[in-house]
Design a protein around this ligand. Structure first.
Ligand code: ATP
Length: 449
């Protein structure tokens, strides 16, 4: 059973996300559509920073991984070959009373829509036997709707990487071990209880396929398990709420020699943030056989021709964003009021600096605008605010996770010194304007959870 405080935390977060422009219900003015959300001005910044943080770690700072952006709609044979047409299914049960549909393997996480305090089946409704339900969205291409024109929206970005294995190999002159990384939208016709953006029908994935000589499989699997776990620590998530969980034999895909999930302790229990999977040579071999194009690597020195093994770290951007917001949500009593702050990693917060003139006169707004544009030129995202008392302005920024607020007062106009107020400690520093950018950058680099 969910603790009351956990339900309340989720409710508070959903409300904050809407109120402050992180996440909105999609098509809300038409009554919405289940499991579908839109990201507002602050949400989109958070998603972008997560993707940049991943890309920097996985691609930009490495010489053995390159990027790719493959199509969402691919030749339907791709999904027949990959096994998704036949096997990408969840076992589903229907409630005969309220007609709601649930994942048979996740009943313990689900709630009866009519009696949310009960789980499916505990509400007096009888459940059907589990039935396979294909998760891929179908659509048609071309002017004529016929079975020949049926295509699928990709349910994962990984297959686009396998299809381009040879293209990348020959155009980039890399050799195993090397990786191809991709960020993009995936689509799954999920039928599950909400949990906000944890599981949606349309979501963004960050996937990387790392191609290795088969003999190096175990060593690279160990490397990527560790490296990906560290990435979540570096995001600033609570280490006590993170764990690695190895799949047991019953859970493992038939072709996989090992899979580990990186999990987070959500208010509704442990849930997957990312899967790190050994996919062996399964995908390359299947596509080679089905397409007639040999997806292999030829090593000129040893004259050896082989199909590389693949290690795949696969993460979801939206799920990470929700996790970061939950993890960062913090309430405390200050001066008889509840102060809400999001203690996000400063480099990932949607707004880096709030800039406030203390009052709307005496040259302070002009000076503040000047400082704001200087910070923007230095690639820092800012928010200028001159409305309400300074304390209220601080609180509004705390609530969206802005790590620094810069206040321009009489001393700034006279001596070019501003006050920098810190979100987490609420402490204030006096900083000369000419040192401000460096001061903030250094503070960001030194931030600890
Ligand atoms: P789950 O068991 O939660 O359905 P999965 O094992 O099917 O996830 P993968 O196919 O390994 O997930 O996808 C990699 C990552 O993509 C997941 O760890 C998750 O972060 C994200 N993801 C998968 N499905 C969804 C979804 N429906 N909504 C949001 N994110 C998703």
């Amino acid at each position: 059973m969910l603790e009351h405080s956990d339900v309340v935390l989720m409710e508070k977060l959903v409300s904050l996300c809407k109120r402050r422009g992180f996440v909105f219900q999609s098509s809300e003015i038409y009554g919405g559509i289940g499991n579908t959300y839109d990201y507002g001005p602050l949400g989109v910044e958070l998603l972008r920073r997560i993707k940049d943080f991943w890309w920097a770690r996985m691609v930009t700072t490495r010489d053995d991984i390159v990027g790719l952006d493959s199509a969402i709609i691919q030749n339907p044979k791709v999904w027949e070959t990959s096994g998704h047409v036949a096997g990408f299914t969840d076992p589903m049960v229907d409630c005969k009373k309220c007609k709601a549909r649930f994942r048979a393997d996740k009943l313990s996480d689900a709630r009866c829509p009519e009696r949310p305090s009960k789980r499916p089946g505990e509400c007096g409704g009888e459940l059907t036997e589990p039935r396979a339900f294909n998760l891929m969205f179908k659509t048609t291409v071309g002017a004529v709707e016929s079975t020949g024109s049926v295509v699928y929206l990709r349910p994962e970005t990984a297959q686009g990487i396998f299809l381009n294995f040879l293209n990348v190999l020959t155009s980039s002159r890399l050799k195993p071990p090397f990786g191809i990384a991709q960020i993009g939208k995936s689509f799954r016709n999920e039928i599950t209880p909400g949990n906000f953006v944890f599981r949606t029908r349309e979501f963004e994935q960050m996937e990387m396929e790392f191609f290795v000589p088969p003999a190096q499989n175990d060593q690279w699997f160990a490397y990527w398990r560790k490296e990906r776990f560290q990435w979540y620590l570096d995001l600033g998530l609570d280490p006590n709420k993170l764990r690695l969980r190895d799949h047991d034999q019953t859970e493992l895909a038939h072709y996989s020699t090992g899979t580990t999930d990186i999990e987070y302790l959500y208010p509704f229990g442990w849930g997957e943030l990312e899967g790190v999977a050994c996919r062996t040579d399964f995908d390359l071999k299947r596509h080679s056989a089905a397409s007639g194009t040999e997806l292999v690597y030829f090593e000129p020195e040893t004259k050896e021709r082989y199909t590389p093994y693949v290690i795949e770290p696969a993460a979801g951007v939206n799920r990470i964003a929700m996790t970061m917001l939950l993890d960062a949500y913090f309430e405390e009593q200050v001066d008889g009021e509840t102060r809400v702050s999001l203690r996000l990693h400063p480099a990932l917060a949607p707004i880096t600096v709030g800039v406030f003139p203390l009052v709307k006169k005496e040259g302070m707004p002009e000076k503040a605008r000047e400082i704001e544009s200087e910070l923007r030129r230095g690639n820092m995202s800012t928010f200028y605010d001159e409305k309400a008392a300074i304390g209220r302005r601080y609180r509004r920024q705390d609530e969206v996770g802005t790590p620094y607020c810069v206040t321009v007062d009489g001393e700034t106009v006279k001596n070019d010194v501003v006050t920098v107020r810190h979100r987490d400690s609420m402490l204030q520093d006096k900083v000369p304007v000419r040192e401000l950018r460096g001061f903030l950058a250094q503070n960001m680099a030194n931030w600890k959870r």
